[in-house]
Design a protein around this ligand. Structure first.
Ligand SMILES: [Cu+2]
Length: 68
């Protein structure tokens, strides 16, 4: 199990929080998602088959790309 935090500047409101949380939670292996509206940080706890690459790719696909 791994926990990583990503900066997602596209988060603007509670709808964004909901979307990001739902989409990442749907990934097999993702155990917990916490998205913070004020800091725009998304903390994800996951294990295989989920990977960091999959999480980053998923965020990009739903138009919430992770900041470099
Ligand atoms: Cu929003």
């Amino acid at each position: 199990m791994e926990t990583k935090t990503y900066s997602v500047p596209g988060i603007h409101c509670h709808h964004c929080i909901h979307t990001v949380t739902m989409e990442l939670s749907d990934l097999e292996g993702v155990k917990n998602v916490e998205a913070n509206l004020e800091t725009k940080l998304v903390t994800v706890t996951f294990e295989a088959p989920a990977t960091e690459e999959l999480i980053i790719d998923t965020l990009a696909e739903i138009n919430y790309p992770v900041a470099e």
